[in-house]
Design a protein around this ligand. Structure first.
Ligand code: SF4
Length: 79
């Protein structure tokens, strides 16, 4: 563990002119990575599957060029 003294993390995102900050504990960070393990594992093996949705693609910088999103739109959106 590189920084054992750090117990609180401030996560910030700046989108559409708004800054949103969330404070999380070390345990919450661990829980997040454990919860997302399968996704990160797939990414590390270059086996990522795209899962377009209104929410997922809303702020994506690649949405105008994404083949998965285009196929999802052509095939009819479920959500
Ligand atoms: S537009 Fe494509 S790359 Fe972006 S979030 Fe949606 S599915 Fe993922």
């Amino acid at each position: 563990m590189k920084h054992p003294h750090v117990e609180i993390f401030r996560l910030s995102i700046f989108q559409k002119g708004k800054l949103k900050t969330e404070v999380v504990t070390r345990e919450q960070v661990y829980d997040f990575f454990i919860d997302k393990f399968e996704i990160f594992d797939a990414i590390s093996k270059n086996e990522l599957t795209y899962n377009p949705s209104e929410k997922a693609c809303k702020y994506c910088a690649f949405k105008d060029k994404c083949v998965a999103r285009a196929n999802w739109i052509i095939g009819g959106k479920d959500d």
